[in-house]
Write a protein that binds this ligand. Structure first.
Ligand SMILES: *Cc1c(COP(=O)(O)O)cnc(C)c1O
Length: 348
């Protein structure tokens, strides 16, 4: 018999209170509209199995995933009818899966509409492209007879630049107004997290926050509204004492200027801690700052322990991972920072 699997040297703590509070805050900011939740990509890497029950208890009733294979983790906790699959049905297997589970496809193109109708269809959502030129029916498709008598629950569109103050926002809002006159649906939805902060003209009936739920600040107005949710931590594997002139890591990109104590941490680019953090990132132990020195490798990074001389092998170090700040420092987006952290972390 296999003995129990040892714990991972990486853990991702989830602040469930912050997560629930973020949803409530974004729901309140959505005014008369309700807030749903984008839980695609395993809830942005935090684990749909943990995130969905917390948000459901907070009052969330509408869920968005991208792939059909993301459905089981969500419907383990909430009703299938409340789950929308953004990529839509690409083939008959997708349609069969939708019909068997009761999850709702988002139809993005006339071929997808035809496929859904041919299978008997039923309740569906429809995405219309109002300017992002990504997924969705084009405005000129909307008079197609295929769309007549379709049972559309939610008609949605997606903002391209809601995190910026640009004319494209008002343009998409106005186009969405036209869409509402052309497509009969029970509910309409336009705003992602940043779109919520653009005000009531963008709220329609349902908003679809993602990054904001998980502590990302998509626009400055959201800075005091949402707070950090993800706390990644890595184990200290080894401690070494360097003499002046000793080099650290691949290609010796850091050379000790003095005698110093260095910690080797179980954290590398295979864990989503990319090489851009080499000689740049910071880990923490309580209030001590532990700068990353040398190159981040696949499974390991080294930190300067000068500020925390009493650490031991096996101690846990926290990543400095405030999303807006980490994004500014690394050049990675807040979305990338979260979804990268997926792999070898155990989730607490
Ligand atoms: C990912 C996604 C969202 C959530 O966007 P955030 O910027 O994370 O709030 C909303 N709607 C659609 C269609 C999406 O793909």
């Amino acid at each position: 018999m296999l003995s129990p699997l040892p714990t991972a040297p990486l853990r991702l703590r989830l602040d469930a209170h912050a997560l629930a509070d973020n949803w409530r805050a974004l729901d309140a900011l959505s005014g008369a509209a309700r807030a749903g939740a984008a839980v695609k990509a395993d809830a942005y890497g935090l684990g749909a199995g943990r995130v969905v029950p917390v948000l459901a208890a907070a009052g969330c009733r509408d869920w968005f995933v991208a792939h059909w294979r993301e459905v089981p983790d969500v419907i383990a906790h909430v009703s299938a009818a409340s789950v929308a699959v953004l990529h839509g049905p690409l083939n008959d297997a997708d349609v069969a899966f939708a019909l068997a589970t009761g999850v709702c496809p988002v139809l993005n193109s006339l071929p997808q509409v035809a496929r859904w109708r041919a299978a008997g269809g039923g309740r569906c959502h429809v995405m219309v492209d109002t300017g992002i030129n990504r997924l969705g029916l084009a405005m000129q498709d909307l008079s197609d007879p295929l769309l007549e008598h379709l049972d559309i629950d939610l008609c949605l569109s997606h903002l391209a630049s809601a995190d910026e103050d640009v004319p494209q926002n008002a343009l998409q809002r106005d186009r969405f107004g036209e869409v509402r006159n052309m497509i009969g649906a029970r509910r309409y939805s336009l705003a992602n997290s940043a779109g919520i902060a653009l005000g009531s003209a963008y709220h329609a009936d349902l908003t679809r926050p993602g990054i904001g739920l998980y502590g990302g600040v998509a626009r400055r107005e959201l800075a005091g509204v949402v707070r950090s949710v993800a706390r990644p931590e890595a184990a200290l594997l080894q401690i070494r004492d360097l003499a002046p002139g000793d080099a650290v890591g691949y290609n010796a990109t850091y050379v000790a200027p003095k005698a110093m104590r260095v910690g080797v941490v179980s954290l590398g680019y295979a864990d989503g801690y990319l090489r851009c953090w080499s000689n740049l990132g910071v880990l923490r132990h309580e209030n001590a700052k532990l700068p990353v020195i040398g190159r981040v490798s696949m499974d390991l990074a080294a930190v300067d322990l000068s500020q925390a001389p009493d650490l031991h092998e096996g101690d846990w170090l926290a990543l400095d991972y405030d999303l807006p700040e980490a994004s500014k420092n690394s050049g990675l987006s807040q979305y990338e920072l979260l979804t990268l952290l997926h792999r070898r972390f155990s989730r607490l």
